[in-house]
Design a protein around this ligand. Structure first.
Ligand code: B12
Length: 433
């Protein structure tokens, strides 16, 4: 890390960078907490295929203080167990999430076991940077995970270089974009990470080059503006699944935008409406939206305070979210399915039971013709992720993946969640992001 000897000057500069305005957070009021019940029940009652998928959920429920002591213990053990398994090795972002979750507060034993994990994360973060140097700026994973890495290292006293962070997180870097479209989720996570780094510098009067600090501030401002530019008519920031983390980013950066640039209440009310429509049935989706609705952010992770526990008998709503499938429809539906690789197209028509998801269509097509429609999928925190089709594998070093579309439009859900409709034109397309 570079050293500066101009401490008095630095102090002045840093003082001028401290947020002057009180942060405006529009959390759901206590009387309306029942609106959050579907989220909490989705998370508490979910079955996890891989322990690490519980990290997001544990983090979210700990921030809200919704777990009983025994539920907390169970989830923590699950996450810790996953961090110890060597096969498959965790990605840097998975480990960072585990650190945030396990270290979010001190458990009943009064300790948070993150020391070893943080050392391990320092190495994984370096491996991401090395990969970028060797592969045209492409990390092993993505910038969302690099942001999680920096956030966890920053909150848990891990080692990272401030000049390196200032360099990596420059706005305009291709890793903030997929298909040239700004990724609000990624930008939001980067704002949280950069805000933590800046607060650390300020708190410690860290001997950092003032140019690096200034860069971090400017990067944050620019990312906040990009997030705000993705505001939609109905109040969402990006789409429904990026809105929670974008809200967190805007909560922690109130000095970078004017009050009239964001109607926080409108965003919150839209999200509440979507909860009742069943948009957050996936535990990860629920976990990512809950903190913001409680007025919390990942910067509220406090490794020094004891966990707050709720009661075991948390009143989980038994009311099911409104169903999205039409009430009257034939029991079998017909859909068109294509695999598109550059100019080569393989088409078929598949018959599946009404209410089927995209994955059912892919499985049916594969059953009917294994050569043209073979595929592989890996379980992830958002459900099954398509990793290869016809033996062609997605690769982060080349920024390639299998894109999902319906009627020519990219889907905002995965193959395990998207419910197909009669005569849908489904497509998996070999793409570069
Ligand atoms: C990076 C990213 C990608 C990269 C992944 C490759 C890479 N370079 O890492 C790319 C650009 C290829 C991608 C693709 C897709 N993505 Co994406 N992606 C993300 C992002 C920004 C971060 C994921 C991450 O690293 N998480 C942190 C780590 C620790 O968790 P993880 O579970 O181990 O992460 C892995 C999985 O999340 C997986 N993954 C990434 N996207 C998706 C989407 C789905 C549906 C699944 C099952 C898995 C998956 O890749 C990650 C790295 O291995 C998230 C944002 C978010 N809020 O989570 C969106 C997000 C998860 N993606 C989303 C979507 C919709 C997709 C696509 C379906 C888009 C499409 N129309 O094709 C495809 C997946 C298609 C497929 N093959 O199955 C949505 C999912 C919403 C939902 N309800 O299901 C999110 C939330 C973005 C959003 N706000 O809409 N994605």
């Amino acid at each position: 890390m570079r050293q500066s000897h101009q401490l008095p000057l630095m102090g002045l500069l840093l003082f001028s960078l401290i947020p002057r305005q009180q942060c405006e957070i529009c959390e759901v009021s206590k009387e309306n907490y029942t609106a959050l019940n579907p989220l909490i029940s989705t998370m508490i009652n979910s079955k996890y295929n891989k322990g690490i998928q519980a990290a997001n959920v544990l983090l979210s429920l700990r921030l809200g203080g919704f777990l009983s002591q025994s539920q907390d213990q169970q989830l923590t053990e699950k996450v810790l167990l996953a961090t110890r398994s060597t096969e498959p090795s965790l990605t840097s972002g998975q480990l960072a999430l585990a650190i945030l979750a396990v270290g979010a507060c001190k458990g009943p034993d009064g300790i948070s076991n993150t020391f070893e994990l943080v050392r391990n994360l320092e190495n994984k973060f370096q491996a991401e940077i090395k990969n970028m140097e060797e592969h045209d700026g492409n990390p092993l994973t993505n910038y969302y995970q690099l942001s999680l890495d920096v956030l966890a290292l920053c909150l848990f006293s891990g080692k990272y270089s401030i000049p390196e962070v200032a360099e990596i997180f420059k706005p305009g870097n291709k890793n903030y974009y997929f298909h040239e479209q700004f990724s609000v989720d990624t930008g939001a996570m980067a704002v949280l990470a950069l805000t933590c780094v800046k607060e650390n510098i300020t708190r410690r009067q860290n001997q950092t080059d003032s140019k690096d600090t200034e860069n971090i501030v400017n990067h944050t401002r620019s990312l906040v503006n990009e997030i705000l530019s993705q505001k939609t008519e109905n109040g969402l920031l990006g789409n429904i699944y990026s809105t929670g983390e974008a809200m967190q980013a805007l909560f922690v950066s109130p000095t970078y935008y004017n009050k009239n640039q964001w109607d926080c209440q409108k965003t919150r009310d839209r999200v509440l409406a979507e909860i009742s429509q069943g948009a957050f049935r996936m535990p990860t989706a629920a976990a990512q939206i809950l903190p913001a609705l409680m007025g919390k952010t990942y910067l509220d992770v406090n490794k020094d305070s004891s966990c707050v526990y709720g009661s075991d008998s948390f009143n989980i709503s038994t009311q099911e979210p409104v169903s999205v499938t039409p009430a009257v429809s034939p029991s079998e539906i017909e859909v068109y399915y294509s695999v598109v690789i550059n100019n080569q197209i393989d088409n078929t028509t598949v018959s599946v039971p009404n209410g089927s998801v995209f994955l059912d269509v892919m499985e049916q097509a594969q059953k009917e013709n294994a050569t043209r429609f073979s595929f592989t999928a890996e379980e992830s925190s958002w459900g099954p992720y398509i990793t290869s089709v016809q033996g062609i594998k997605a690769n982060t070093n080349d920024r390639t993946y299998w894109e999902l579309l319906s009627n020519g439009e990219p889907l905002s859900q995965g193959v395990g969640s998207y419910v197909v409709h009669q005569k849908d034109h489904l497509e998996v397309r070999w793409s570069t992001y």
